[in-house]
Design a binder for this molecule. Structure first.
Ligand code: TRP
Length: 407
């Protein structure tokens, strides 16, 4: 079966195990006890693994150390990322596209991951970036009014801007605000190529779902095409696009890549991340609707401390004696997983892992280090966000040329 025709992704675990179903699609991420099986996901989605050779190549081409999300395999899969590097090596440029569905006011740490990584890519490659805020998507999927999704889009834009994007190279738009003209023409081109059966196959829509859901996938598809942004890329219809995202967004872009050549466009390339685990463990991603499953960018140092101490799932042993004897199980330990994302110092991370695994370091000590790392990061974000004014949001969202975007 072609990858594009696969239904809602339900991957059965190996035989002999209990029936545990892994479901990964843009609206649902859940796994059995063992956590998400990322290897299976790569095979089933038909994407490529991001190996060490590719990471080395990024280091060579950009002349800087790759982001720790790359070094540590947190961005672990891709589609045609090597093509992007090939043309970059020849002196050609590309553009970046990512996005956010504004469903809640407060972002959690997992939401920041793709934006932190995109900022690194923008800086390392010196390329323009478009950021889509899908207020329409959240209107269709959540119990929110149009007005509320528009308000949330603007609030979320402030958090995104606080990640440090360069206004000279970044265009942020909301669907309700921007769609029309060339963007809408591309939506129509895409929509005409995708039958209802195909949409059902890719996204799992049912006959009870309203037309809003069926109509949405072309909206997320067309920012992959430079001609959707005539103020940025006029006359550059074949400019290549690279999309950093979490792997749950893959179905949208399988559809996009399927359609692209049929309408005379380049397929977008993708670089895809794992999910940021919930405090309770690896079997799901952080959820914005369960306050105790996530650390929010609005949390105080005290809240972070309480949440980590109380809810972060530990791979340590039940008693100190046992822990000294057996050491921690790092595979299930949430503090270690979080440090793996956010503790930048490779040597310190390795040291902590070794000491903890061999029982010399206790859970409480690892958690203490994590609390410090997260509190600093969140405080830094809060300071940056407080400096984002309405005028700055307007500046990023203005439909305007970006004359120095490739410099
Ligand atoms: N659908 C995504 C969400 O719900 C938002 C989004 C739109 C996106 N375009 C994207 C995410 C491109 C990654 C890349 O969050």
């Amino acid at each position: 079966m072609a990858a594009t025709e696969q239904g809602v992704e339900a991957v059965r675990k190996g035989e002999g195990e209990e029936e545990e179903e892994q479901v990964v699609n843009p609206w649902e991420v859940s796994a059995g006890k063992g956590g998400i099986d990322y290897d299976k996901l790569v095979d089933q989605f038909g994407c490529q693994r991001l190996d060490a050779a590719l990471v080395d190549r990024v280091a060579r081409l950009t002349g800087r150390q790759p982001h720790c999300f790359l070094r540590r395999g947190l961005f672990f899969a891709h589609r045609d990322f090597n093509d992007i590097l090939d043309l970059y090596e020849k002196g050609e440029k590309f553009y970046l596209y990512t996005g956010r569905g504004p469903s809640s006011e407060a972002l959690h740490l997992g939401h920041l991951v793709p934006f932190m990584f995109t900022k690194y890519l923008q800086e390392a490659f010196k390329v323009p970036l478009v950021i889509q805020l899908t207020d329409d998507e959240k209107f269709y999927w959540k119990d929110l009014t149009v007005e509320e999704t528009k308000r949330l889009a603007r609030e979320n834009a402030k958090d995104i801007i606080a990640c440090g994007f360069d206004v000279e190279r970044t265009f942020i738009f909301s669907d309700f605000g921007y769609i029309g003209g060339a963007f809408y023409e591309n939506m129509a081109r895409v929509a005409k190529c995708v039958t209802k059966n195909k949409a059902v196959g890719i996204f799992g829509f049912s006959s009870e779902d309203h037309l809003g859901k069926y109509s949405f996938p072309p909206v997320q598809a067309v920012p992959s095409f430079p001609s959707s942004f005539p103020h940025l890329f006029a006359g550059q219809d074949q400019l290549r696009c690279l999309i950093p995202c979490a792997i749950d967004q893959d179905p949208y872009f399988r559809m996009t890549r399927d359609v692209a050549p049929r309408i005379g466009y380049q397929k977008p390339s993708l670089i895809e991340s794992r999910f940021f685990p919930a405090l309770q463990g690896e079997n799901t991603k952080m959820s914005a609707s369960d306050a105790n499953s996530a650390i929010y960018v609005t949390d105080s140092a005290k809240e972070i401390k309480t949440k980590v101490n109380k809810y972060a799932f530990s791979g340590g042993q039940d008693s100190i004696e046992l822990h000294r004897q057996l050491g921690a199980n790092l595979d299930v330990d949430v503090p270690i997983k979080y440090l793996n994302f956010f503790l930048e110092d490779d040597d310190e991370l390795e040291h902590i892992k070794k000491e903890y695994k061999e029982g010399r370091m206790l859970t409480g000590e690892v958690k203490q280090r994590l609390i410090t790392v997260l509190s600093e990061m969140v405080a830094r974000h809060q300071r940056a966000r407080a400096l984002v004014t309405e005028e700055m949001v307007d500046a990023f969202m203005a439909v305007r040329p970006l004359p120095n975007m490739f410099c």
